[in-house]
Design a protein around this ligand. Structure first.
Ligand code: NOJ
Ligand code: CA
Length: 661
């Protein structure tokens, strides 16, 4: 280690004299995006332009440290090292089979000119569709540990821009409705990805990539009217405790000419490393659940007469999975801890022992014999020390029983650890989620994390993280979810990776949870909302007996895609996307609209050959409140020269399977 450090210092200070002033730029591979980096009066600022138009005005970078001088002033440039990178990599599953990762990079090696002469590196990567940078802190004799008091990464975009935002530091974590306001109107801190429309017509999203061992970045408006990082604090106010060497997460500015192009931005995955171990065992999954029956009050998570997760019910659901051709089944409420007030039981929840009426081994054997993959469930209520005491044994128990999918949940308003209340998205939370993910990989378990840490592309490195919830999903139906929500998600939350929206609920007019959706829209979600684990969330009878015609789409639609083509959309209004199955020549189209009815004319120019279009759409009199069930299922022969003219009802949507003939 010491030799390596000595070599690094020797190389760094090699022959050249450090610069006290610098002004340079990094161009994207296509030359349209420019990142300017300037060293002036001992401080570093950066700015970004596209096609000569300002995207980010001069913005500061730096870090405040507890018990030490900030890393901000008195800097000189010791070296600048540039490179070009271009690769195409294959995803285990996802919206695309192949992802291109092409950028120009410059690493600026900086040193303080006085004091402790601390060193750090600012590494910038400029892609055709955005700019990213991070702070890298090498080990140094007089600088080995640090407490980040705050990070000072500014994103000085025009404050007249509009932003679609959800508030940070709230009890329901990321599960809020988006609002659109000018940046200068933002109060408090907001979560990322923060999607922005500039007055010059660009669509940006500010986010982060490769979040490890650090508080997650939220954004707020600083005294100069610029967006600035607000790293989620720990309960003692510090943002992170780190030992050197340490690299911060990447600060990411996605840039697009229009909202649809933004949805294709894969920078956050490209800014993560390839996997370091074999993940060929990871398989995306479609699954039903002993779940919605609890939400609509038919069954309970708790034991008793109406207990959902009994051995008997689970076997019945497994049989239904076989009949319906759904290969997975989630079982919630199987373990001890649900009786009484389950939220209050958090500190003592038991993740190892099944309740008296649930025989885990028997159920697991039955599922295996029927070829159905069980999805286990751990509701921690955020009491992560209680969970971490049991997690190894709990994952091992699942793996020993052939269970290779788990849905962990963190439904508390905070993470609780040793009596301290910490934010889910603080360094403590980030470390916990990572620990669980790595342990899951050890047992070949795939995760669908509810109340997760936000997605920062780490599923490139850890593909067993198949999906997350992490936004307001269908569990909020029954009053708190509006049709516009699903037309905002593709441009905001879904830029951070897949989401388990718990789609496919056909009992849309249930009195307990009356849903703001038409029936047809429920199947559109399988295409409009990517998720490496897709739930068919309703009870089997609604698929087998009530709407078997519509269920055909859920049965057919794949989970993993070869290609994604966003076709039409405006944030908050509508969204239409086509995707090609990874394992066949079939294409699928999904479309959703907000509270307004809308007719779309979808060109099929992406087809090659003759196809049968199997269309599931709103009936001409459908409406998300007044007439939810009006549905048309029809077939047509089509090819590349055809168009599909489809009407979406208020709060409606459609799905099409294009089957190659
Ligand atoms: C919250 C999750 O979002 C939901 O899916 C789950 O059913 C409940 N927690 C109970 O674990
Ligand atoms: Ca939730």
């Amino acid at each position: 280690m010491f030799k390596a450090i000595a070599r690094f210092f020797k190389w760094l200070f090699g022959s050249k004299k450090p610069l006290l002033e610098y002004d340079g730029k990094i161009l994207s591979p296509d030359g349209r995006t420019e990142c300017m980096v300037r060293l002036l009066n001992g401080q570093v600022v950066y700015s970004v332009q596209k096609d000569g138009k300002s995207i980010v005005r001069e913005s500061h970078v730096g870090m405040e440290l507890r018990g030490d001088e900030p890393l901000l002033n008195g800097l000189m440039l010791v070296r600048a090292v540039s490179k070009t990178f271009d690769e195409t990599w294959e995803t285990v599953c996802g919206e695309e089979q192949y992802v291109r990762n092409n950028y120009n990079e410059t690493a600026f090696y900086l040193s303080e000119s006085g004091g402790k002469k601390r060193l750090f590196t600012l590494r910038f990567r400029v892609f055709d569709n955005g700019v990213a940078f991070r702070y890298e802190l090498p080990p140094q004799p007089e600088f080995q540990k640090l407490i980040v008091e705050n990070e000072l990464s500014e994103f000085n975009v025009d404050s007249n821009s509009y932003a679609w935002h959800i508030p940070a530091y709230q009890p329901d974590r990321y599960e809020y409705n988006y609002t659109r306001d000018s940046i200068y109107e933002l109060t408090g801190s907001v979560h990322t990805p923060l999607t922005i429309e500039t007055p010059t017509g660009f669509f940006l999203s500010i986010h982060e990539a490769a979040l490890y061992n650090y508080g997650s970045m939220t954004l707020k408006v600083d005294g100069n009217g610029a967006l600035i990082s607000d790293i989620t604090p720990l309960s003692d106010g510090a943002r992170a405790y780190v030992e050197l060497p340490f690299d911060t997460p990447w600060r990411v500015i996605m840039i697009a000419d229009n909202p649809l192009e933004l949805t294709m931005n894969r920078m956050i995955f490209n800014l993560n490393d390839p996997p370091k171990q074999d993940f060929s065992w990871v398989k995306p999954l479609k699954f039903m659940g002993i779940w919605w029956a609890m939400y609509v009050g038919e069954w309970t998570w708790a034991e008793g007469e109406r207990h959902g997760a009994t051995t008997e019910h689970t076997k019945e659901y497994i049989d239904a999975c076989v009949r319906l051709g759904i290969p997975g089944l989630l079982v919630e409420g199987w373990n001890n801890g649900w009786n009484g007030d389950w939220l209050a039981n958090g500190p003592t929840n038991d993740f190892v022992h099944p309740s008296a009426d649930f025989n885990l081994e028997e159920v697991a054997k039955y599922a295996e014999a029927k070829g159905v993959s069980l999805v286990g469930h751990h509701e921690t209520v955020g009491y992560i020390d209680n969970y971490e005491r049991q997690i190894d044994e709990a994952y091992k128990e699942y793996a020993d029983n052939g269970i290779h999918y788990v849905k962990p949940g963190y439904a508390g308003a905070y993470m609780t650890v040793q009596g301290r209340r910490e934010y889910h998205h603080s360094q403590v939370g980030v470390r916990h989620y990572q620990k669980a993910l790595e342990l899951a990989a050890k047992y070949q378990i795939c995760l669908d994390v509810h109340e997760p840490i936000k997605g920062t592309g780490i599923e490139r490195t850890w593909p067993n993280l198949l999906t997350r919830e992490g936004a307001r999903g269908q569990e909020y139906e029954g009053g708190a979810l509006f049709p516009s929500h699903a037309t905002i998600l593709p441009f905001t939350r879904l830029l951070s990776g897949g989401m388990d929206y718990t789609s496919g609920i056909f009992d849309v007019s249930n009195n307990v949870k009356r849903m703001a959706t038409t029936l047809a829209r429920q199947v559109a979600y399988y295409v409009t909302i990517y998720s490496g684990m897709q739930m068919a969330a309703d009870r089997p009878k609604f698929y087998e007996e009530v709407h078997p015609d519509l269920f055909t789409f859920i049965k057919d639609v794949p989970v993993s895609w070869a290609k994604t083509l966003p076709l039409l959309g405006q944030i908050g209004q509508f969204y239409v996307v086509a995707r090609r199955d990874r394992y066949s020549d079939d294409w699928y189209i999904g479309g959703v609209t907000n509270e307004e009815a809308r007719r779309v004319r979808v060109s099929l120019e992406f087809l090659d050959g003759e196809y049968e279009a199997q269309i599931y759409r709103d009936g001409d009199d459908a409406h998300y409140r007044e007439n939810q069930l009006s549905l048309v299922v029809e077939k047509r022969r089509v090819s590349a020269t055809d168009f599909l003219d489809i009407w979406m009802a208020p709060g409606g949507g459609f799905a099409v399977r294009l089957k190659k003939l």
